[in-house]
Design a protein around this ligand. Structure first.
Ligand code: 8YV
Length: 314
């Protein structure tokens, strides 16, 4: 008999097929009565296959008394209750490294698109403004300006590497200076980092400690000429403060791939000025999602094959 797995969200067909071949998969996300579903099946569940943004709550973990492993399709593990897993010796795995390049590409793409008016330029041409009014109003350059990276982990490192190709001056903030960043300036406080840069990239792993690390003061320090780019988690940014700062011009611009309560974002974002919105797609390429799916399944296979998981978080 195959191990029983609880599946928290949909995967592409290239993951669904092998997952269903190897496991008895319970599709939690299709249940109309999740509580009843767990009451009926919880005791059979030995693994959870989830996604970065969906995670596994303490209640869900409690409802699965024989759970052995939570395998995340994603690098972020903030949505999995790690304490509950630690307390019961449940493995938690994620998919680091395989997505860093795409997420960094996407962060830089959002920055370039926003500072050079790519989306506005497209609309300008389509709406006939080019012939009616002339060129798009002048935009701001990227190369040679100052970038700040908040969180110089795997993704932050890849972002900074790309930005150095644009001749940018790079500073970063993290819990401590990194020996793999000799040419980049360490700045301890996020507020000082924001003060010293034009483009602030948020790439920090989200936790209770980093909640609203980008607050009203950080946004004020970034200033009316500054831009915030977030490819991490929405909880790292105080969204109320961000909407206020964009609206009153305290902050120049922002580009966001992540939102509290996504996909149902705060409707005020839709009318906030100088804001680029993206549907949490920084890791969304065929190549990366295939690699994420393979690693997510490889962690399950290692565990159920009697081996240690490949990329453990807990
Ligand atoms: C999502 C992410 O996991 O890696 C993460 O933490 O947020 C993303 O890559 C992706 O949307 C798949 O669920």
């Amino acid at each position: 008999t195959k191990p029983v797995i609880l599946q928290m969200g949909a995967y592409p067909e290239w993951d669904e097929t092998p997952l269903n071949a190897d496991y008895d998969v319970l599709r939690y996300f299709e249940s109309s009565d999740p509580a009843g579903f767990l009451a009926e099946h919880g005791a059979r569940i030995r693994g959870i296959a989830t996604r970065g943004e969906l995670g596994a709550s303490a209640d869900l973990i409690a409802a699965c008394p024989n759970l052995e492993i939570v395998s995340i399709y994603g690098v972020g593990y903030d949505a999995v209750n790690l304490d509950a897993c630690r307390a019961r010796g449940i493995h938690v795995t994620n998919t680091p490294d395989v997505l860093s390049g795409d997420v960094a590409d996407f962060a830089v793409t959002m920055m370039l698109a926003q500072t050079r008016g790519i989306v506005a330029g497209d609309a300008w041409v389509r709406q006939g403004d080019w012939s009616a009014k002339g060129g798009l109003p002048l935009q701001r350059r990227a190369f040679g300006r100052r970038a700040g990276v908040l969180g110089l982990g795997r993704i932050g490192f890849e972002v900074a590497k790309r930005l150095s190709g644009f001749g940018m001056h790079i500073s970063y903030s993290d819990v401590s200076p990194k020996d793999y960043a000799p040419d980049w300036t360490f700045v301890a406080s996020p507020e000082d980092l924001a003060e010293q840069c034009d483009f602030l990239f948020v790439a920090a792993a989200a936790s209770e400690k980093t909640r609203h690390i980008v607050n009203a003061k950080v946004l004020q320090s970034l200033g009316p000429d500054g831009m915030l780019i977030n490819v991490s988690r929405a909880s790292n940014v105080d969204e109320d403060a961000l909407i206020a700062a964009l609206t009153d011009g305290t902050l120049g611009a922002a580009a966001l791939d992540v939102f509290e309560g996504e996909p149902d974002l705060d409707p005020r974002f839709l009318s906030a000025p100088n804001l680029l919105l993206q549907p949490h797609q920084a890791s969304g390429t065929v190549e990366t999602r295939k690699a994420m799916g393979e690693l997510m399944r490889a962690n399950l296979a290692a565990h159920f094959g009697g081996n240690a998981p490949l990329t453990p978080v807990v």
